[in-house]
Design a protein around this ligand. Structure first.
Ligand code: AMP
Ligand code: TRP
Length: 331
């Protein structure tokens, strides 16, 4: 049998997910699980690079697992696990840290943004965050990493580190490729279409959460910033409308052209009203399943335990090779 290609991705359990996370990341994971050997992680080690209330972290981790399942990830088809349940991630991260250049890490956009927000006393974990991400990916001999546009730079670093290690020792890691869908890779804030939609936005009208109520969704879309042109056109000159068309297309499956045609000569309010219904009905089945899984904690536990078992098995194979090559004596 031909070996299936490997896919790895993860999301941090740092609060409710937005439709940006869904459209840019998780939605694309679903279609991959039939064809590839997929590993989808809840990256709790990453999430403590910013302060977390322990109680909330526990809660968010389980909720994210329920969201994964509700969106359609199937534990019979892919490996779903919690990052901290697989020690190899932190172990490989350490080895890769010793091969990472401070200069390159300092140039990471996400680091620059987050450290600026924190101000003084930036913790070292925030700095080496992308090295841990490289460890996540490289441990599974990953071919493809489906992520949103914002993670591209981190992926470059993972590729650099893999090549550096392979050159210094001998071929050990597969060089991973990013898988970034053109459409929906960057869903923008509803309040400022120059900024990406983010759950950490201080204005809650800027984002729609996967678990938002129908009324909240309708209200936020009604308030979404547009322009004075009055035409539903997918154009860089109308970033607000462009973003809304992209969301419409993602949830309805209709092409951008079809949507433009449908709303020719119609105003924004009809378009927004319809969009709200498209999003509400797109999220309804996910929300229903989410509520079901949240009531079945035993099932959730069985999913992450089984996932950790397989993830440990696969990742340890790579870690053992790395340790041997570096010169550590076998345990
Ligand atoms: P984060 O919420 O930053 O942990 O991101 C989790 C995943 O969602 C990553 O693959 C991101 O690239 C993706 N993502 C986050 N925000 C957006 C957005 N506004 N548009 C598209 N993808 C996004
Ligand atoms: N850094 C990613 C984000 O914030 C999450 C992540 C951690 C990840 N490890 C990963 C994504 C490995 C893809 C592959 O979105």
């Amino acid at each position: 049998m031909e070996e299936r290609k490997v896919v790895f991705s993860g999301v941090q359990p740092s609060g409710s997910l937005t439709i940006g996370n869904y459209i840019g990341a998780i939605r694309n994971w679903i279609s991959l699980q039939d064809e590839y050997d997929c590993f989808y992680s809840i990256v709790d080690l990453h999430s403590i690079t910013v302060p977390q209330e322990p109680k909330n972290l526990r809660k968010n981790t389980l909720e994210l697992l329920a969201v994964y399942l509700a969106c359609g990830l199937d534990p019979e088809k892919c490996t779903i696990f919690i990052q901290s349940h697989v020690p190899a991630h932190a172990e490989l991260c350490w080895v890769l840290n010793t091969m990472s250049y401070m200069g390159q890490l300092g140039r990471m956009t996400q680091y620059k943004e987050k450290s600026q927000k924190v101000g003084e006393n930036v913790n070292a974990g925030l700095f080496t965050y992308p090295v841990l991400m490289a460890a996540d990916i490289l441990l599974y001999q990953t071919d493809l990493v489906p992520v949103g546009e914002d993670q591209k730079q981190h992926l470059e670093l993972a590729r650099d580190l893999a090549e550096r290690f392979n050159n210094k020792y001998s071929p050990t890691f597969k060089i991973p490729e990013p898988l970034i869908k053109k459409e929906g890779a960057r869903i923008m804030s509803l309040q400022n279409p120059e900024k990406k939609m983010s759950k950490s936005d201080e204005n809650e009208n800027a984002y729609i959460l996967i678990l938002d109520s129908p009324d909240a969704i309708r209200r936020k879309i009604r308030r979404a910033v547009t322009d004075l042109k009055g035409q539903v056109k997918y154009s860089d000159e109308q970033p607000g409308i462009k973003n809304l068309i992209e969301i419409y297309s993602a949830f309805s499956g209709d092409s951008i052209e079809d949507i433009e045609k449908r709303y020719e000569g119609k105003g924004y309010s009809q378009f927004k009203e319809d969009l709200a219904e498209v999003v509400v009905s797109g999220l309804a089945p996910i929300q229903e399943k989410y509520n079901y899984y949240m009531k079945n904690k035993d099932y959730l536990e069985s999913v992450y335990k089984k996932g950790a078992e397989r993830a440990n098995y696969v990742s340890n194979k790579t870690l053992r090779k790395v340790y041997r090559k570096v010169g550590f004596i076998e345990r």
